[in-house]
Write a protein of this length. Structure first.
Length: 339
């Protein structure tokens, strides 16, 4: 997994076109003025978040995230965006987004399919603070813009879920073309499952045959230097959504047999259950800090049968119940003297 975010080199020009000074943004974020002039811009999660918070505060434009996220991917020459645009269908495009996104940053795109809907969420793996609202807007606008361009016809999500208070509803409803659920338990863009089968008019097998092997090769290089427990942990994180992944599920993700996976983990000094618990602990901390989910809901998402089982496990990890731990973490984010 990449430890840094790759900032688009065209961001400075995009900001200027929207009437926002890149220099003012960087000064507001407390970052060097030359940062956006580098040929390759790599920043830590906290720096990445600082940039998007600064853009929001400097621009005073509630729609700027939507504008930045809806730039035509064919104009910015982003290989990952172009690969998703060349996909065979919307569903194929989403799968490629989720697969290749890990090449650029410590972030996951989580897809959860149910009978009638598909939920898309962005998970910031190394974040210590809540993600900026503008960044959430940009990510969802990016997903929808690629879908609209690929399908070549109007497409609207089933709904948009935002964990912020209701404001600027008309702006969001006009852009996304769907109802907005504010004060939601998480940020998510939800599509109809039937829309995943819609073919892309931009499907380009020849272009995909050139881009996909290079992206897959880079993925393989990352995997080669990533430890097996880390790979297992990543698979478990992606599959934890109300159920506990089996060793067979994870082995299938890693293209090996369940027996081989268990043997190799034991050679690393770990059992499959220990890695699962490690992933659960990591996600539990994430949910408790970054979402308003109730303890029972968090337990469900982590694959526990009931809240008490989760509370006991969390107490063993951290030495305190999850509710107390959450309260302590949130207290750290309140500036001194502010009540």
């Amino acid at each position: 997994m990449s430890q840094r975010f790759r900032v688009p080199t065209q961001l400075a020009e995009s900001l200027r076109q929207l009437g926002v000074s890149p220099e003012a943004v960087l000064a507001h974020a407390g970052l060097p003025g030359y940062l956006l002039r580098q040929p390759r811009i790599m920043v830590l999660t906290e720096e990445f978040f600082a940039i998007w918070r600064a853009i929001s505060e400097v621009s005073h434009d509630p729609a700027i995230g939507l504008k930045l996220g809806s730039v035509d991917p064919a104009e910015v020459y982003d290989p990952i965006s172009i690969a998703t645009l060349c996909a065979r269908s919307f569903g194929d495009s989403l799968e490629r987004m989720a697969r290749y996104k890990q090449l650029t940053c410590p972030e996951e795109i989580v897809l959860r399919r149910r009978a009638s809907e598909c939920t898309v969420q962005f998970r910031w793996l190394l974040a210590q603070d809540a993600e900026p609202a503008l960044l959430v807007d940009l990510c969802f606008a990016w997903v929808l813009s690629i879908a609209r361009r690929g399908i070549g016809e109007p497409i609207a999500p089933l709904r948009l879920e935002l964990d912020r208070p209701a404001r600027n509803r008309q702006i969001f409803e006009k852009f996304f073309g769907c109802g907005i659920r504010f004060d939601a338990r998480h940020n998510a863009i939800v599509f109809r499952t039937e829309d995943l089968h819609r073919p892309y008019r931009t499907y380009n097998a020849e272009m995909l045959s050139m881009l996909a092997p290079a992206l897959e090769e880079e993925l393989n290089r990352r995997v080669a230097v990533e430890s097996l427990p880390d790979r297992v942990r990543g698979s478990v994180r992606r599959r934890l959504a109300g159920q506990r992944p089996s060793v067979r599920d994870v082995a299938r993700d890693l293209n090996m047999s369940a027996r081989t996976l268990q043997r190799r983990l034991l050679e690393s000094g770990l059992s499959f259950q220990q890695v699962v618990e490690s992933a659960r602990r990591e996600l539990a901390r994430h949910y408790l800090v970054h979402s308003p989910l109730e303890i029972g809901e968090t337990a469900y998402l982590l694959g526990y049968g009931d809240a008490n089982s989760f509370v006991r496990a969390f107490h063993e990890w951290e030495g305190v119940p999850p509710a107390h731990w959450r309260e302590a973490q949130r207290g750290k984010s309140i500036p001194a003297g502010v009540q």
